[in-house]
Design a protein around this ligand. Structure first.
Ligand code: BTN
Length: 244
């Protein structure tokens, strides 16, 4: 896989690992060392993959995509980076014919309500100055969740398509989608597309200690939830549970 990845991505700096603790850790360190925008870290297996909210993200050998892309947005664009990650994955899925793709706020990509991919953006700062972002994306390609505790909540590309796909081609398409999304950050296009793919709006949700209707999202990516007393709560991060 290593040789192929370097061939496929010859136009950008790449660090490929057959096995690594977390591509995010490598990318964050690389950012400290001066990595340029567009650099990517890829692994065939992660031993300590990290998910949102301090969770673990499992990347068993050769069945998934584990990618961290280094980006250099301006500060005002930072909220859009999480949208960009989810949309790049949704675009990649669309390009290979996966249907019923939606985004569970803020950036879980789902197919038929089951998670197929997760996004973890992490920023590196020089004091108040934004040095860059490591946009981590994990995609389940041929993971088999049958008879696992995730059977009802997770899925993979090959399970939904019923055919094999090429991880190298997916990787190229994913990075093309990231590049395309970066161009859409200049106006509202990216935000509008992200909002249109959310499966969370209009539904009863519980998040942190708030229960109510997920009414809207704002341009910062925050979720606006109206509780039964009519109070609107602006929530910047967290895990949505559907229903009361
Ligand atoms: C989530 O919890 O939904 C986010 C999961 C993000 C996983 C990816 S895999 C590549 C990158 N490296 C990591 O350690 N995490 C991200």
């Amino acid at each position: 896989m290593k040789k192929r990845v370097h061939q496929l991505l010859s136009s950008r700096p790449v660090r490929f690992f057959e096995q690594v603790d977390s591509t995010q850790d490598v990318a964050l360190q690389w950012l400290h060392e001066g990595a340029v925008a567009g650099s990517v870290v890829i692994a065939d297996e992660q031993l300590k993959g990290r998910g949102r909210q301090g969770r673990t993200w499992h990347t068993p050998p050769c069945v998934a995509l584990a990618v961290s892309v280094i980006l250099k947005p301006v500060l005002e664009q930072l909220p859009q980076i999480t949208m960009l990650g989810a949309l790049a994955i949704a675009g990649m899925l669309d390009s290979i014919g996966v249907q019923n793709v939606s985004i569970k706020w803020p950036n879980d990509v789902q197919v038929d309500g089951r998670k197929i991919s997760g996004v973890l953006p992490e920023a590196v700062w020089d004091g108040h100055k934004l040095r860059g972002v490591a946009l981590g994306m994990g995609v389940n390609v041929r993971n088999d969740f049958r008879a696992s505790e995730l059977e009802q909540t997770a899925t993979s590309i090959e399970s939904v398509l019923g055919r094999t796909v090429d991880r190298g081609e997916l990787l190229v398409e994913l990075l093309n989608q990231v590049d395309a999304g970066l161009k859409q950050m200049r106006d509202d296009t990216l935000f509008d597309t992200w909002r249109s793919l959310l499966n969370t709006l209009g539904r009863e949700v519980t998040i942190h200690d708030v229960t109510g209707t997920a009414e809207a999202v704002d341009r910062q990516g925050a979720l606006l939830v109206r509780d039964s007393a009519g109070v609107v709560h602006r929530i910047l991060a967290g895990d949505v549970a559907f229903g009361r």
